[in-house]
Design a protein around this ligand. Structure first.
Ligand code: ATP
Length: 230
């Protein structure tokens, strides 16, 4: 959820990132972080990909190395980074050894890309702080936007709770937050109301909801699913 990225960033005041593996996913991570103004070091075993990243200027630095070798990671300064993203999905052994290497060396926050459930489980076992399944997540997000166009964004807090950005359901039109009493009826809380230009945070009970307004709502996934989002 773009507008809520601050929640992820607020976890640490992380400013230095390393991305290991410069496939499509790794390059996308590099590009976004670099565009946001962060220092990003990109690495890959494949020299051609490293040169490509340097030529396209999608990372601050790029180095060719084999991430299964702790010495190479150390020399490249990977262990001093606040956050390391292990973007190696298809080479299980390399992905697992690399995650183990960076965690054992004391990197505070390691995100690893998994290509299957079991791969994800192993990555957690070797210390990954966060495991992502990009293809799976993108597929689920697409299905949800196709079936629930009123659900604009979802920011998953953990496996059970989320913050969602939704279009005000027709059923809520013309009612105040106090009248709707969403906390009691659905077990969710409204964090903000937006009109496309600006958000009002901590909206008052007297805030009137209208069609077209955007609501930012926090709650358990089970409770959020009960909202009349179409
Ligand atoms: P996609 O391109 O779809 O994002 P992916 O993220 O699953 O795929 P992979 O095919 O798993 O990507 O590979 C990511 C990159 O990791 C490749 O460019 C590969 O060269 C690199 N890589 C594989 N093994 C190592 C290693 N030991 N050290 C550094 N980089 C490696």
């Amino acid at each position: 959820m773009k507008s809520l990225n601050f929640l992820t960033n607020a976890r640490t005041h992380s400013r230095q990132f390393a991305v290991i593996g410069l496939g499509r996913f790794g390059r996308a991570v590099c590009t976004s972080l670099h565009k946001m103004g962060y220092e990003v070091l990109g690495t890959d075993i494949d020299e051609k990909l490293v040169s490509q990243v340097l030529a396209q200027k999608i990372a601050s630095h790029a180095i060719q190395l084999d991430s299964t070798e702790p010495e190479s990671l150390k020399e490249a300064g990977i262990f001093e980074m606040d956050t390391v993203i292990v973007a190696i999905g298809n080479y299980l052994q390399e992905s697992i050894i690399t995650t183990l290497n960076v965690k054992e060396a004391g990197v505070e926050y390691v995100v690893a890309k998994a290509s299957s459930e079991i791969h994800g489980k192993v990555l957690r076992r070797v210390g990954a702080d966060r495991v992502v399944f990009p293809e799976n997540e993108a597929g689920c997000a697409l299905a949800s936007t196709l079936t629930q166009p009123g659900l604009l964004e979802r920011f998953q807090l953990d496996t059970e709770n989320s913050i969602v950005e939704i279009l005000t359901p027709n059923e809520f039109h013309g009612q105040t937050l106090a009248q709707l009493d969403l906390r009691k009826r659905y077990g969710v809380n409204v964090l903000a109301i937006g009109d496309g230009e600006k958000f009002i945070t901590n909206p008052s009970p007297g805030q009137m909801l209208k069609k077209g307004l955007v609501m930012v709502v926090i709650g358990s996934n089970t409770n959020l699913q009960r909202l009349p989002i179409h």
